[in-house]
Write a new protein. Structure first.
Length: 299
């Protein structure tokens, strides 16, 4: 089957599986209701496997190739013993979160709140919550977000990365490296649209948020693409994606009076500054100039 048809079928399956799951919570009450929040959490987590399922179906049933071509069994290129890409994947997202928090303060988009007001108010609503120090809750959340949470999140992040970076990016590479990176990440951003329209990431700007999410995915996706091209493995972008999901909003633990579309999270406008700076460094240092063909990436 021709390459273009494989890509089209991949997109049909990826969107066809994920978008109904993204829209499912709308059938369960008003936004903000407890039932709808629970359904959103479960349905959207499952939706993350839409691209991965599409990659598996297209590779095995339509292209007639072994699933090993998706490189799930590869952690790093043969002959390379370095695990540096995995350190980048694990530690870069929290570093970007720290930069975002500091810039949010520096630009006056939020105020420092070491009284942890939001945590205290949330704990006050829970039975016995007033007895637990807010500082302890914050410390536990920080430790969990930096250690176990990225590993747990890999279960779901792999679904996206197997599709977007493991399948789509290599199949678009014949168009050229930069076109492949741009197109794959723009599609990744559009894929989020139903969830963004329901308030994910940009709750005060749901329509504009669709375009803001595309911009964020172009930046973050370039970093994930770099990690994939370094290792020829979907596991490095999976770990980075999982670490991002665990730490992107950590600055909000220490901030108040923040519009999260503008600052406080890595996906916010202020968060783009750190992302753009890192992408600029990748470009200037020529770290994205990795000459690999589709055959090499799938070998």
């Amino acid at each position: 089957m021709k390459e273009r048809k494989l890509i089209v079928w991949f997109l049909i399956i990826a969107f066809g599986v994920s978008w109904p799951l993204f829209l499912l919570p709308m059938a369960f009450g008003l936004p903000g209701s407890q039932v709808r929040q629970i359904v959103s959490m479960v349905a959207w987590a499952v939706a993350m496997w839409g691209p991965g399922l599409a990659a598996i179906v297209v590779t095995h049933f339509l292209a007639g190739q072994k699933l090993s071509t998706l490189n799930l069994g590869r952690l790093r290129p043969e002959g390379r013993s370095t695990w540096r890409p995995y350190l980048w994947a694990w530690l870069l997202p929290p570093a970007l979160a720290i930069v975002t928090g500091l810039l949010t303060l520096a630009l006056g988009a939020g105020r420092l709140d070491l009284e942890f007001t939001a945590i205290r108010e949330a704990m006050a609503q829970a039975p016995g919550g007033k007895m637990i120090p807010a500082g302890m809750v914050v410390a536990i959340q920080l430790v969990f977000s930096l250690t176990l949470a990225p590993l747990f999140n890999c279960i779901f992040a792999l679904g996206e990365e197997l599709g977007w970076r493991g399948f789509l990016l290599p199949h678009l590479l014949p168009l050229g490296r930069w076109k492949a990176i741009f197109l794959s990440n723009a599609i990744w951003g559009i894929w989020h649209a139903p969830a963004i329209l329901q308030g994910l990431n940009y709750p005060n700007r749901p329509v504009l948020g669709v375009f803001m999410m595309i911009a964020f995915c172009l930046l973050m996706g370039t970093i994930l693409s770099w990690l994939y091209l370094q290792t020829k493995s979907p596991w490095t972008p999976t770990l980075a994606h999982a670490s991002l999901n665990a730490t992107a909003g950590l600055p909000m633990l220490f901030l108040t009076d923040v519009n999260i579309s503008i600052g406080g999270t890595v996906s916010s406008v202020i968060g783009w500054i750190g992302l753009a700076a890192f992408v600029g460094w990748l470009v200037l240092s020529r770290r994205l100039e990795i000459k690999q063909t589709v055959d090499e990436l799938g070998s």
